[in-house]
Design a protein around this ligand. Structure first.
Ligand SMILES: [Zn+2]
Ligand SMILES: [Zn+2]
Length: 140
């Protein structure tokens, strides 16, 4: 299964929708990120076609199960990359910022390799790293 969320903007949208348990309106997203509603609408349309959100212009946007899964992966990927930069000497703030710039380009297999090389870490500066049983195993 190929996971493909190809722009930093879509990643930000998914994280925001994920953080709002009751769903969001496209206007909320436009306001939050300071961009035009028409731009938001186009991205939401694409996310809907990809099966990650339920999108109806007259309803609040919510994630599908698949959308929730990918957003949890996106969060794990961000935190692993951020920790990698941090361990390589960047400050927590810079590590987080650099991770945001490149994370959309890094595929899961590489995230898992980095996770392994870091010893399957539990925590980065920006939050808890959720375990992925396929990478980190089931052990406590
Ligand atoms: Zn971060
Ligand atoms: Zn792991």
């Amino acid at each position: 299964m190929a996971i493909r969320i190809d722009t930093p903007q879509k990643i930000r949208f998914l994280k925001f929708i994920y953080s709002q348990k009751d769903g969001v309106k496209s206007g909320d997203i436009a306001g939050k990120f300071g961009i035009r509603t028409s731009t938001v609408t186009r991205s939401l349309h694409e996310l809907g076609e990809a099966g990650y959100i339920r999108y109806d212009p007259y309803q609040k946007v919510v994630l599908t199960t698949e959308g929730e899964n990918i957003t949890r992966f996106i969060q794990r990927r961000h935190r692993i990359l951020s920790l990698m930069f941090n361990r390589a000497g960047l400050s927590e703030h810079d590590a987080c910022e650099q991770a945001e710039k490149i994370e959309h380009l890094v595929p899961k297999e590489h995230v898992d390799q980095i996770c392994r090389s870091l010893g399957h870490p539990r925590k980065a500066a920006c939050g808890i790293i959720e375990r992925d049983p396929a990478c980190c195993g089931d052990f406590i």
